[in-house]
Design a protein around this ligand. Structure first.
Ligand code: WTA
Length: 658
């Protein structure tokens, strides 16, 4: 394999202050001890942690069962309940402690203590049971970023139902695919969501999705987020509060096996349809819990704010489960960072005394553009730890975040992980020396390495495939309904490695520097990372091709200052290419809207170019590398002699930026 070149040359190191070292729970010695233990006894390390951190109804005796690799079972003869671990076990000591502080888009604030959260989750769990939901049934949650989304997830966990949260920005078509793939029995939604002063109709999308699909769906529970009218289908749709009427505040949590699926979460891969990543109960919760302690040092006084939507894995692990499992107070925010102005995040941090703040590099870059005056108007002195997730953070944004938001006191916890890994994998502890742009080292019990395509270890500073060599508790268990895809996508090296390592292949390229720090270079498959959201190029291509005027389409990413990556589409029409001007602009708009309808607004191409053919080799393979060069607006220096029709390159050169 040609070695992947690195373009980063950041060399600064930020060491922790003595004050920081004194203020966090874990000392250097504690951390060193964890690494040593994990190194010498991988399964014992995780098993001891599982006994210490989680409450088991039935203790487990088997740590890891790897007899059927690459299907791994953790703590498999144990029984527990996630909702019990997140709520009930805290009631004795902190029933009046705030579990959730919620700030709505319009600034309204609601607060829920652990006791109140318990009662609401129980009531809703009883409601789900009354609506016929049983252990193992799939429930789709299509909700705005409001506490009821977390209540719904926790209620599913409580009764052993498997939730599949679909991000509210996905279209009716995407929602239908996910409902059908999971064979969902019930859908939980809201009449609408509120973001940036606008109302987003969610129930309407559910209705559309169920018009042509959703054969298994018996009921739709609708939370009225706004006063707007909502069409209700008799016999199928029920109002959240009407359904809850008369339900008890107590529900006995259902014990499930450690390996019982807690949820599915659909994510993009390099082939056509999104895959339903299936997570477990015990293993998933363990890593969610441990990383909230390790990376965020959450304690009694903290107010933790993770800005991710519950529709993404970050909103699962660091909103719905992890912070509650450790008994922390967390903040949920419904709105957007720039409404009513670009000081909103900092205002929320100030007003609620946020101490640990976790967001995406794309948000930092977007807010950085507004300058340092805005954050300096707010009191951010309570902040003590800052985190990032979802994409590499460029050193410039890192430094701005560190100084302007963290006042030079707060470590930047750059967390590398994936939907499939369930929780942080490569990340610093708060007292780890930091290098801007590096997610530092693998966590204790996470055996990460850089290898070539044959699985051979590479030297320092050589770019290659990032792999995880040993199973870990919160890893993906399978792709829902497509186990073959699970094995082929994530374990292509199985068998080729002699020492028996399982080698989960991440799909990112990276290198390790001489200090052992990891630097992520990007995806090696056809997955784009747009504003920290994963999008498959094939998904966008098939959405474009499904438009009646499109014959062929190829989609590539190009670097974007704010979004990380932007979507560039190259389209061949099955009609004449309209002349530049109003007609072409209108068609571009139509195609962008089409993609928004098929997938969701996040997938809208940023630019669309037309040509009479795609640049293909004589054997018919699309030359994506050429398209990437064109998308970046760079000169083509590659050899184009193998192209079937080199003249198409000229046609595609001129982008129409939107
Ligand atoms: C990328 C999000 C660099 C990576 C939690 C990964 C990152 C994909 C980082 C997973 C980071 C995530 N630095 N790249 N700190 N975190 N990524 O499934 O390419 O939405 O494979 O999970 O995001 O995206 P996903």
């Amino acid at each position: 394999m040609s070695k992947i070149e690195s373009i980063l040359t950041e060399s600064r190191v930020f060491t922790p202050s003595e004050q920081l070292k004194r203020s966090v729970a874990l000392t250097e010695a504690d951390i060193a001890q964890m690494y040593a233990k994990a190194e010498s006894d991988h399964v014992g390390f995780w098993s001891d942690l599982a006994r210490e951190k989680l409450d088991w109804f039935k203790p487990f005796t088997v740590g890891l069962d790897d007899s059927n690799a690459p299907h791994f079972k953790w703590f498999s003869d144990g029984e527990l309940n996630v909702s019990y671990n997140c709520i009930d076990r805290h009631l004795e000591t902190k029933s009046d402690k705030l579990a959730i502080i919620f700030e709505a888009d319009d600034g309204t604030v609601e607060r829920y203590t652990y006791k109140e959260l318990h009662d609401q989750v129980c009531r809703f769990a009883n409601t789900l049971v009354a609506q016929g939901v049983q252990k193992g049934d799939r429930v789709v949650i299509y909700m705005p970023m409001i506490p009821q989304a977390v209540i719904a997830m926790q209620a599913c966990a409580r009764i052993g139902a498997i939730h599949s949260v679909v991000f509210g920005g996905f279209s009716a078509e995407s929602l239908r695919d996910r409902i059908d793939d999971a064979g969902a029995r019930l859908v939980i939604t809201a009449n609408a969501g509120c973001r940036g002063g606008k109302t987003i109709p969610l129930k309407k999308a559910v209705d559309e999705a169920l018009e042509k699909g959703g054969d298994h769906v018996r009921k739709v529970i609708v939370f009225r987020r706004t006063k707007d009218d909502v069409a209700m289908k008799a016999g199928r749709d029920i109002d959240w509060y009407e359904a809850e009427a008369g339900m008890s505040n107590y529900h006995d949590p259902v014990m499930v096996d450690s390996e019982h699926p807690l949820f599915l979460l659909y994510t993009s891969g390099s082939t056509g349809r999104p895959k339903g990543v299936q997570h477990s109960t015990g293993g998933y919760l363990l890593n969610a819990h441990a990383t909230c302690e390790w990376m965020f040092d959450l304690n009694e006084q903290d107010v933790f704010w993770c800005t991710a939507d519950v529709g993404w894995i970050t909103g699962h692990t660091y909103v719905a489960y992890g912070p509650l499992s450790v008994g922390a107070t967390m903040l949920m925010f419904e709105g957007v960072p720039t409404y009513p102005d670009a000081g909103r995040f900092w205002q929320v941090c100030q007003d609620h005394g946020v101490t640990v703040f976790y967001t995406a590099p794309t948000a930092i870059r977007a807010l950085m553009k507004f300058g340092s005056d805005l954050p300096s108007q707010y009191d951010l002195s309570k902040l003590r730890i800052l985190g990032t997730v979802g994409e590499p953070i460029n050193p410039e944004a890192w430094i701005w975040y560190y100084h302007e938001i963290g006042g030079g006191r707060c470590p930047i916890i750059d967390t590398w992980w994936q939907t499939e890994t369930g929780a942080h994998m490569l990340a610093p502890f708060p007292i780890t020396p930091l290098k801007p742009g590096s997610c530092t080292k693998a966590l204790p019990g996470i055996d990460a390495a850089i290898v070539d395509e044959a699985g051979q270890a590479l030297e320092d500073n050589e770019g290659g495939l990032l792999v995880i060599k040993k199973p870990w508790p919160s890893m993906i268990r399978t792709v829902w309904g497509d186990d073959d895809r699970y094995q082929k996508t994530y374990f292509p090296l199985m068998g080729s490695i002699k020492n028996g390592d399982s080698c989960y292949v991440v799909g990112d390229s990276a290198y390790q520097d001489e200090g052992g720090y990891f630097w992520i270079l990007g995806r090696i498959d056809d997955v784009l990372n747009v504003s920290g959201h994963r999008l498959g190029t094939m998904e966008i291509e098939s959405a474009l091709v499904s438009h009646p005027q499109v014959a062929e389409a190829a989609v590539v990413g190009r670097p974007d200052d704010i979004k990380g990556e932007a979507v560039s589409a190259f389209v061949v029409l099955n009609r004449e290419i309209p002349d530049e001007g109003a007609e072409r602009d209108a068609l571009i708009q139509v195609l962008r809207d089409w993609v928004a309808k098929e997938i969701g607004a996040i997938a809208k191409p940023d630019d669309i170019r037309f040509g009479t053919n795609l640049p293909k080799t004589r054997s018919g393979k699309i030359m994506r590398r050429l398209l990437k060069t064109l998308a970046r607006g760079e000169e083509i220096l590659q050899d184009t002699s193998t192209l079937e029709d080199p003249s198409v390159l000229e046609q595609f050169k001129k982008p129409k930026r939107l």
